[in-house]
Design a protein around this ligand. Structure first.
Ligand code: ZN
Length: 139
């Protein structure tokens, strides 16, 4: 992954074959990002995403094992258990023009993935909400 810093954030260009989740979280930790938001576009080799079922407090997981285009990718950065956490949702476009989408667990970069990260001042944490079953943002 290559990056460049700008006033208020970064441009990140992920490389073919990289795990977006691993590389992005390592970057956020290295740069000490504690609050922000991002968007990205680009082709992927595959992805793992999910749909959160509130009734069972767990995700239904889906795996994409083909090339897809990221039609939309957005999320926010906060602290979870003291570490930067990127909460990401995306829409994936398939070759036949149909789409899939949801909460992103991980994705493997295809030709490239272009991500713009806006870093905001301050710190926002997530804490476990037992009723919901997720670590929710604490404004
Ligand atoms: Zn989510």
């Amino acid at each position: 992954m290559h990056h460049r810093q700008f006033d208020g954030g970064y441009l990140l260009r992920f490389e073919k074959g990289e795990s977006v989740t691993d590389v992005f979280h390592a970057f956020l930790k290295e740069k000490g990002v504690e609050f922000g938001y991002f968007s990205a576009i680009g082709p992927l080799q595959g992805a793992t995403f999910g749909f959160y079922r509130l009734d069972i407090k767990d995700y239904v997981r889906h795996e994409i094992r083909e090339e897809v285009e990221v039609a939309s990718w957005s999320g926010n950065v906060s602290l979870r258990d003291g570490e930067p956490y990127a909460h990401t949702h995306a829409v994936f476009g398939k070759m036949d023009g149909t789409t899939l989408g949801g909460h992103v667990f991980d994705a493997v970069v295809g030709a490239t993935l272009e991500l713009v990260l806006n870093v905001l001042p301050g710190t926002v944490e997530r804490r476990m909400d037992e009723e919901i079953g997720l670590a929710l943002l604490c404004p």
